[in-house]
Design a binder for this molecule. Structure first.
Ligand code: DGL
Length: 265
């Protein structure tokens, strides 16, 4: 279908909720001249425990909302929606669609021996896309589905007793074992990265795919002649959630812009 293709059009970024703001924070750092429209589908969250067809429908609905605002490209700032819908979205739309996957490849390339723990939603870890990734890079990797974890982040939680208890139970079998890397395979989890790191020795790397995703966005925009030549981009935050969600999104976007990851930048 025909789409706008102007360098000055905005880039659409979406997630099931606030998690993709961790990607948006990285995007405005790397691409300060771009205008971004972020859509957090909090009214329909979570995606990660829904069946693949439902997630695909939700993803198409969000992309339609962004397309009607003349975006020149879309970033699926959600591992679950990428796993369940990226292929179908790319087949339907003609503008570039950039997706995400758990950073298992970089984790597998670390020289350190030890386990690679992959934290992601049941949807991501149960997908065919992840099965292919795991088949290539899954040596020493343990996949840990985290149903319910995004809800803590969605509620603005960074370290309540309940959240600590959730993570203690999740990590208990691996404490004391050599763990080379923990892969944050859901865009909500970078907001609790310090808490996750605190369960492991400092040498354990906690990796996310955000910087790599934004580098890919830059490459694709450049290749298509779509990089915005300006230097003062804007950000519009939108949600299917409540007014309260929008206030939380504004605060988390500020937090996200300060979350630069020295390991991946
Ligand atoms: N932030 C999403 C991801 O990266 C998923 C959270 C959810 O909706 O379950 O997978």
């Amino acid at each position: 279908m025909p789409d706008s293709n102007l360098r000055t059009d905005p880039v659409g970024v979406f997630d099931s909720g606030v998690g993709g703001l961790s990607v948006l924070g990285e995007a405005v750092r790397q691409l300060p001249g771009e205008d971004f429209i972020y859509y957090g589908d909090t009214g329909n969250a979570p995606y990660g425990t829904k069946d693949p067809d439902t997630v695909r429908h939700l993803a198409f609905d969000v992309v339609e909302k962004l397309r009607s605002q003349r975006v020149k490209a879309i970033v699926i700032a959600c591992n679950t929606a990428t796993a369940e819908a990226a292929k179908e979205l790319r087949a339907y739309y003609s503008f570039p669609i950039i997706g995400m996957e758990p950073a298992l490849k970089p984790a597998s390339e670390l020289k350190e021996p030890g386990l690679r723990l992959v934290l992601a939603t049941p949807g991501t870890l149960g997908s065919e896309k992840y099965a292919r990734l795991y088949a290539r890079f899954g040596r020493n990797a343990v996949s840990l589905p985290c149903p319910g974890l995004m809800e803590f982040v969605e509620a603005g939680d960074r370290g309540s007793e309940q959240l600590r208890a959730y993570l203690s139970t999740l990590f208990a079998p691996y404490i004391g074992q050599p763990v080379a890397a923990v892969v944050l395979g859901c865009t909500h989890y970078p907001f609790i990265k310090p808490l996750i790191q605190s369960f492991f020795p400092a040498a354990t790397r906690v990796l996310d795919g955000n910087a790599g995703t934004v580098r890919q966005l830059r490459r694709v925009l450049d290749r298509e002649g779509l990089l915005n030549p300006g230097d003062t981009g804007t950000v519009s935050l939108q949600t299917s959630g409540t007014e309260q969600t929008l206030s939380l999104m504004k605060a988390m976007f500020i937090e996200a812009k300060e979350m630069t990851d020295p390991e991946t930048n």
